[in-house]
Design a protein around this ligand. Structure first.
Ligand SMILES: [Zn+2]
Length: 318
């Protein structure tokens, strides 16, 4: 890791960073703790020191894209619902043409788009697991590797990033690469966690969507708009709340606050591994009440436009 002081803020160019807190890897890939700093001018948060590329690769274990067996069936239903919701949101923004999904992962969004048949579909990801899942699908053009390796300049009508922008270690470089791929006037849709949302503010380091160290930069609904508009985009809409991410975010965050093993339910569903039977049973008993509380908080955060998850829609300037 690079242990020098945090660099100049990529959004406001300040070099005034304040230490926020130290936390661990929620997915248990690393035994190290990680420090979060916040820019005193624009509220951008960064993991510092930033992990090297090799270290980052080790933070994505074999279960990152989910499992097929055990509780993987729950995850499968969750992802198919999420895919359908995302397709509806994307098609309201740009309803046809060429679509690139950056960080397409297991392909749940692209597969849902394929069913609708509205777009020429492309996906990009760095993962070998993602590559294997797409190789057999002839309806989706898969770009394995960095965004900078895609040579289709001004080709796409819409580029989507569903929970992947916060994983970039050089957000301005990546944003300029995305701009190169999008047609003038074309759309860019970014779903990210929001550090000004109620979930983050009330839960501090217990926030489910913190996901350090995979999330390297942590944005809010103001500074992401500033970043986009400084780099050749015009933000047309910021949607607060994404039902499946927001409600689950509250549910897991509340369990974390209550003192259950950190992200235990998430790992049970994602990995299918029962780490603690008693705590899992207790979580199951509490679940109807916790879902009601999570839904209430979800509607509350939308009403006040301070959701834990936001979707930013922008158009490339000419
Ligand atoms: Zn800043």
């Amino acid at each position: 890791m690079n242990n020098s002081a945090p660099a100049v803020c990529p959004i406001c160019h300040s070099n005034s960073w304040n230490f926020l807190f130290e936390t661990h890897d929620a997915d248990l890939c690393s035994k190290h703790n990680f420090q979060l700093y916040v820019c005193s001018e624009c509220n951008l948060r960064i993991v510092h020191p930033q992990p090297s590329a090799d270290e980052l690769a080790a933070f994505y274990h074999e279960y990152y894209y989910g499992t097929e067996g055990g509780l993987g069936i729950l995850q499968k239903y969750f992802k198919s619902i999420a895919g359908a919701i995302r397709t509806r949101i994307a098609s309201r923004f740009v309803n046809s043409g060429r679509l690139l999904d950056v960080g397409c992962g297991d392909g749940s969004f692209l597969n849902a788009c394929e069913l609708k048949g509205r777009y020429e579909l492309h996906g990009q990801d760095l993962s070998e697991i993602s590559k294997k899942r797409f190789m057999a699908n002839k309806n989706i053009t898969y770009h394995h590797g960095k965004i900078s390796a895609i040579t289709l300049n001004q080709y796409f009508d819409l580029v989507t990033l569903w929970a992947s922008f916060e994983h970039f270690s050089n957000p301005i470089d990546e944003l300029l690469q995305l701009r190169r791929l999008i047609k003038p006037g074309g759309g860019l849709l970014i779903m990210i966690p929001n550090t000004l949302g109620l979930q983050a503010r009330l839960s501090f380091k217990n926030w489910f969507h913190l996901d350090v160290p995979r999330h390297l930069f942590h944005y809010d609904h103001r500074n992401i708009q500033r970043l986009l508009e400084q780099n050749g985009f015009l933000v047309t809409n910021v949607q607060h709340g994404m039902v499946e991410h927001s409600v689950y975010g509250w549910l897991q965050t509340l369990y974390n606050i209550l003192g259950f093993r950190f992200n235990l339910l998430y790992r049970l569903i994602k990995h299918g591994q029962n780490e603690n039977t008693i705590q899992n049973l207790l979580q199951l008993i509490l679940m109807p009440l916790m879902i009601c509380i999570s839904l209430t908080l979800h509607f509350f955060e939308i009403a006040f436009r301070h959701s834990g998850i936001i979707i930013v829609m922008a158009r490339r300037n000419e």
